[in-house]
Every structure is written in C-alpha cells, then in structure tokens.
Design a protein around this ligand. Structure first.
Ligand SMILES: Cc1cc2nc3c(=O)[nH]c(=O)nc-3n(C[C@H](O)[C@H](O)[C@H](O)COP(=O)(O)O)c2cc1C
Length: 191
C-alpha cells in the first residue's frame, strides 16, 4: 500500500548525484517518488538509475512524451534537495523560469508540505538575498532544513565534496512526512 507520493526537485549541486538515497528512504516507508531536475542538475544525476528506482521519467522540461503528462504531478510532499543558492533564491522570489521552478511555485501555492534542503557554502549563505530567501520561505510555512536545530549548516567554501556525504536525505524525508501527517516508523538515521 502506498502511504504517499513524494515529489523531489534536484538542483545543480554535488549531492544531486546521491538523490537515490532519498528515493530509497521513501520506498522503505512505502512512499512512491518522482524526480524533477533543473536543467543544470541533469549533468549531476544518473537519470536512468533514478527512473529504474522510481518507475517515473525524470522531468526537466515541459515537453511531453508518451510516458509523461504535461500537467503537474499530484504530490503529498515536496522536497527540494539539494537546493542551490540560485534556486533557493528563485523559489523565495516566486521565479518560475524552468519546469522545476514552475512545479515548485505551484506546489507551494497548493500548500503541499514542502522541505527545502540548501547545499550552499558559508560565503553564499551570508549573502543578504539568501538570508532573505530563507526567512521568506519560512514565512510561507516552507520548512527550510538549515541551522543548528537541524544539525545542517552551510559548509566552508571548497569543502563541498566532503560535505556531500553528510547530506541529510533521511532527516529531510522524515521532516516532510511529519508535515504530511505520516510519521515513519523507527527511522532516525541520517544517510
Ligand atoms: C561542479 C559544480 C558544483 C556546484 N556546487 C554548487 C553547490 O554546492 N551549491 C550551489 O548553490 N551551487 C553550486 N554550483 C553552482 C550551480 O550549479 C549554479 O548556480 C547553477 O546555475 C544552479 O542551477 P539550478 O539552481 O537551476 O540547479 C555548482 C556548480 C558546479 C559546476
């Protein structure tokens, strides 16, 4: 039995390559998942591996094919991870300049429980536009997974490769399912 459907949006940062961890965490809790990628993120992911795991094509454009619908997918929760500096700022401002950003804009508007997990270095994170973006998303009841309470902080510039392994996929999924009113059983590990 499916407990919910998770829409995942990946942006162009190193952890995108590991989005299969999030799909696996969802499947373990009987959620289905589908991945939408920003155009730049396509270079960071193995779309074939994702499609085999999710059973859904990776979407990045509006183009329809025999297997894809033009309309937005129904979703019980939305996780944007990794969220780049670029896309986090755009989401907060409501910019919908590609299929992924359009999906995010509308799903947040539909009040689908949404978690944003930024992967930004400390230099970018101190920028006023990013600080404003985080505050503005939280004002919209978007869960921005960042800060001491989440145990997930911006990394020193140049350390992204090593931080990639610590990306909080499972914790982000748990946050999303809690928002969606579905509490996963005995799962507290971070992967
Ligand atoms: C190898 C590589 C690694 C990158 N890592 C990050 C990153 O960790 N965080 C980030 O915010 N941007 C990162 N960027 C920059 C983004 O890819 C760039 O801002 C891009 O325009 C983001 O597009 P998107 O937000 O539409 O996915 C990286 C770029 C490259 C080429």
């Amino acid at each position: 039995m499916t407990r919910g459907h998770l829409q995942i949006v990946v942006c162009a940062a190193g952890p995108a390559a590991d989005v299969t961890h999030l799909i696996a965490a969802a499947k373990k809790q009987s959620w289905t998942a589908a991945v939408t990628a920003t155009p730049s993120a396509l270079d960071f992911i193995d779309a074939g591996a994702i499609e085999r795991l999710t059973g859904h094509p990776v979407r990045s454009t509006y183009r329809s094919s025999p297997n894809t619908r033009r309309s937005l997918p129904a979703a019980d929760a939305l996780i944007i991870a990794p969220a780049t500096y670029n896309s986090a700022n755009k989401i907060a401002l409501g910019i919908a300049d590609n299929y992924a950003m359009t999906t995010v804009a509308e799903l947040i508007g539909r009040q689908v429980p949404t978690v944003v997990v930024p992967f930004v270095n400390a230099a970018l994170a101190t920028r006023a536009p990013f600080q404003r973006a985080v505050a503005s998303l939280r004002d919209e009841r978007v869960r921005v997974f960042l800060g001491p309470d989440d145990g997930w902080e911006p990394h020193p510039p140049g350390s992204g490769n090593s931080r990639q392994r610590a990306f909080p996929w499972t914790a982000a999924f748990e946050a999303a399912t809690r928002m969606a009113g579905d509490v996963p059983a005995n799962s507290t590990d971070r992967s």
